[in-house]
Design a protein around this ligand. Structure first.
Ligand code: 26Q
Length: 853
């Protein structure tokens, strides 16, 4: 199969280089390379490292070690690490290609996602390369704290929350385990907005991350691809074949910027390729020559708008034209790149699905399916059936939400005008699917309509994703079950083997070893350090749950972390929470279904209880929130206002402020999470059961020894299985009960009337806090205006939530019991490692092995 252009000489060389697989070999992975290790060893040498840093300081920044400030040092050191990674990547490229050519057991894995929430890179890269000490040595001479250097780096906030951070953790795990993997996304000029709280209200500011973040971006202009939009599209028959013409499309250049991805104790260096949009001719020369300079410049701007900013919507619909353009731009450039690389290496597309796994992270990259069909058929003359066989055996899809309103749908007219050829291919996929579905469910047109891609003048992206993938997975056991029972039930009946579960995981090395080094050292001391690379070993730590020495150490480490967080809060907000109070943390996106409002209602009732019992003997409580709301999500912004006003009133009321504090951390981000997770005593995971697909913050706090108070939702269910019901505080309705109670007609007012504590808290909203009243929230809880009253059932679960908190407070006072629970939680977090998730994906879905070991 040939592209209608010429095969390059490198294609031919690659074909010659294909070696037959040697029979009887086990794992095809190569041993770690000597060359890669030599490079690492060279840079680990303090003199060599220093020399490189000095060169950069002198040649690029025109300064030297003595005069450089911390920001310049951050740049110089990062640049040297990036250079080292470039050298390692070159060696790794040779090795991975030679393994790929020699066996059918390995595949190239492409992880495509609109979001990669990478956070800071320097500290992580140094850890992974084993060069933290080299840098610390240099900094010591200069009297600079390592953390101060790391904090010079802006977060790469190219994601909203869970989905994007998961993608980042997965890149780490893929690389650490030696898989040949590439991530694809967009190089947003502005990442997720910076949040400021102004008089309690969230205000958004642009996140200008590039000046500081650019050190990690390696521009690869030589690998630029062109993406076409709009144009006049015509189909016609010629020689018995359906052909088409597309005239005057708008073309945009996709310029790649690569970020090198390191793994721990490996010479593998993978990459995250971020596409940046550029006008294909930097000016519209016609307009320019006609003297219309302003319009010419405006055109340039319009192409570059595509990658200007990340959409700040998380689990809410955002049906904007530009968002769809972003998706196709990312998809088309990535698919062209993938096909080009395949041909370079193998000279054929015939084995594409045997050597390539393309994973779409949620439905946002679902256009991969028609786009690959387009490339195979239009550029390489492949017939439909063969193309469909290859595409559907290459692509797999992870669903991340069951919220009906967050399932992506696009207006057909918009899709058709923006991507006429793609729309035509979607129509054909839909037509063929309907025939097949009708055969499976004879006579059931209702079902066929419901399952098809096109309907109600919309393109249903989830249906397209399921139909075009060979595997579909949810992200926790409960969520995957809900997909089978409910969201994708009919597809499940038609093809049960297509559906599977891969429970999410987190990067232990970032979320434990780097962010909580004291706890990691204690674990090293107890069980050795193997768990850092083999998470299953962490379980051994449970043997120390009754060891008094370990329990006291765990207690002290937590307190030290709380002091550190308290100091940070003091620096940023001007008051220091008492480290001897219980730190109760709810940090995640602001969303109705996550029920920060339930937490707020209980805080109000605590406040009232203390006002009524001024002498009450209680352990002080500090409630810490971190949460961004989508800028257009008015209700969510109101809850942020409530939390801040509540904080203002409580913290400034001397009658309660030594017993109760509320902290709303501004601009919650990956780097604040790294400071927060190690200091949490209590992890609030209180979503309405059945709504949170998995959650990953729950895992981050668990591994840092926090105890969960939560509903049986998402991965909380598996956390309970792991630690046992006595080491977690579960409350509230189950997903099934929620379903039943909603169907039988949930009446929030009846719940309110029969619980005086709840009633008092809800009524207090009308009076408000710090001069702001919240009768609109009371209304939302009690009166069915737009939907039912209290749609996420905060009132229904309130009483049991309070009961669970009372149990938890009692447990906290028995310090040995609490620390026992803490050790159990850390130890049994073992299964929530991203390394384990990736192994599951590789085995169950991608059918691929590592190229390095
Ligand atoms: C869709 C259409 C248009 C614009 C934006 C979007 C959009 C963007 C982001 C829809 C959804 C998201 C993000 C979803 C997300 O983060 N889901 C979370 O994924 C985590 C990782 O699997 C889970 O742990 C969380 O439970 C889930 O909420």
């Amino acid at each position: 199969m040939k592209k209608k252009t010429h095969k390059t000489s490198s294609d031919l060389k690659a074909v010659e280089a294909v070696k037959p697989e040697s029979p009887g070999t086990g794992s095809p992975a190569l041993q770690q390379s000597h060359e890669g290790d030599k490079i690492k060893a060279r840079y680990s040498n303090p003199a060599y490292f220093r020399e490189n840093v000095e060169q950069y300081l002198t040649n690029i920044l025109h300064t030297d070690l003595k005069t450089a400030d911390t920001s310049q040092l951050y740049k110089a050191i990062s640049q040297v690490i990036n250079k080292e990674l470039g050298e390692m990547r070159l060696e790794y490229n040779k090795e991975r290609k030679s393994v790929q050519l020699s066996t059918d057991k390995t595949k190239k894995i492409y992880y495509i996602c609109m979001e990669f929430l990478m956070g800071q890179s320097l500290k992580n890269n140094l850890y992974n390369l084993g060069q933290t000490e080299t840098v610390k040595g240099l900094l010591k001479e200069l009297n600079i704290e390592p953390e101060a250097l790391y904090d010079e780096e802006p977060d790469a906030g190219l994601g909203n929350g869970g989905l994007g951070r998961l993608a980042a953790c997965f890149m780490d795990a893929l690389t650490t385990q030696g898989y040949d993997a590439t991530g694809y996304s967009l190089c947003y000029e502005y990442g997720l907005f910076r949040q400021k709280i102004v008089d309690g209200w969230q205000v958004e500011f642009p996140d200008n991350w590039l000046p500081g973040g650019r050190v990690w971006l390696n521009p690869r202009e030589d690998d630029t691809f062109t993406v076409s939009f709009y144009g006049e599209y015509h189909e016609y028959w010629e020689d018995g074949k359906l052909k088409y013409s597309l005239q005057h499309p708008q073309t945009v250049e996709a310029v790649p910027y690569d970020i090198f991805i390191t793994g721990s104790e490996t010479t593998a260096v993978n990459k995250l390729r971020l596409w940046s949009a550029r006008n294909s001719a930097s000016f519209d020369m016609n307009a320019f020559n006609n003297g219309d300079f302003t319009n010419a410049a405006r055109n340039t701007n319009s192409a570059e708008m595509i990658t200007k900013v990340l959409y700040p919507a998380d689990n809410i619909p955002e049906g904007k034209e530009l968002r769809l353009k972003q998706q196709y731009f990312m998809v088309s450039a990535s698919c062209q790149n993938i096909v080009r690389d395949q041909l370079h290496l193998y000279g054929t597309l015939d084995n594409f699905h045997k050597k390539t796994a393309i994973h779409i992270n949620d439905t946002h990259p679902a256009l991969v399916i028609p786009e690959l069909m387009r490339i195979f058929m239009d550029d390489y003359d492949m017939g439909w059936d063969k193309a469909w066989h290859i595409v559907s055996n290459t692509v797999s899809y992870t669903n991340h939400t069951v919220l009906a309103e967050a399932l992506e749908k696009w207006n057909t007219a918009l899709v058709q005008s923006m991507m006429p050829r793609i729309y035509s291919i979607i129509q054909e996929i839909d037509r063929r699917f309907r025939i097949e579905a009708f055969r499976k469910f004879p006579g059931d047109t209702g079902k066929t309509d419901y399952m098809s891609i096109l309907g109600d003048q919309q393109v249903r992206m989830a249906n397209l994703s399921v139909i075009g993938s060979h595997k579909v997975n949810g992200v926790s056991q409960l969520h995957s079950q809900i997909l089978k029972d409910d969201v994708f039930h009919d597809y499940y009946l038609a093809d049960p083997d297509k559906f599977t579960n891969v429970t999410n995981g987190i990067a232990f090395r970032r979320w434990l070893c780097q962010s909580n080094p004291a706890l990691a050292s204690l674990i090293d001391e107890c069980i050795g350090s193997e768990y850092r690379l083999d998470s299953s070993q962490l379980e051994k730590f449970a043997a120390f749950r009754s060891d008094k020495y370990v329990l006291d150490k765990v207690d002290k480490i937590k307190r030290d972390n709380k002091v550190r967080l308290s100091n940070y809060i003091n620096r940023t907000m001007g008051f220091a929470p008492d480290p001897d109070s219980v730190f109760i943390v709810q940090a995640k996106r602001m969303h109705e279904y996550k029920r920060q409002l339930l937490n707020a209602l209980r805080i109000i009732s605590r406040y009232q209880m203390i006002l009524e019992n001024p002498g009450v003997d209680m352990r002080p409580e500090t409630y810490i929130f971190g949460a961004k709301a989508a800028p257009t999500y008015y209700h969510a912004k109101f809850i942020i206002l409530l939390l801040n006003k509540l904080a203002q009133e409580i913290n400034n009321n001397p009658a309660v402020s030594d017993k109760l504090k509320v902290v709303f951390l501004e601009n919650y981000s990956v780097s604040t999470a790294e400071k927060l997770m190690p200091a949490a005593d209590v992890s609030e995971q209180i979503s309405l059961a059945g709504k949170e697909a998995s959650g990953t913050g729950n895992m981050k706090m668990m591994i840092n020894g926090a105890i969960t108070i939560g509903t049986l939702d998402g991965a909380n269910v598996e956390i309970r299985q792991a630690v046992g019901p006595e080491n977690i505080f579960i409350f509230g309705q189950t997903a099934e009960e929620v379903y039943r109670n909603l169907r039988s007609g949930y009446n929030s007012r009846a719940v309110y009337e029969r619980d005086p504590v709840l009633k008092q808290a809800v009524d207090r909203l009308e009076i408000g806090f710090s001069g702001t009243e919240f009768s609109n929230i009371k209304d939302y809880l009690l009166n069915p205006t737009y939907s039912i009253a209290d749609p996420y059932m905060c009132l229904m679960d309130f009483k049991d939530y309070c009961r669970a908190h009372d149990d938890l407070s009692a447990a906290y006072e028995d310090r040995d019991r609490w620390n026992f629970m803490s050790v159990v939680n850390t130890a049994y977090a073992e299964r929530f490692s991203a390394d384990r998730s990736i192994k599951d994906y590789a085995e169950k879905i991608w059918h691929s092995q590592p190229v390095l070991k």
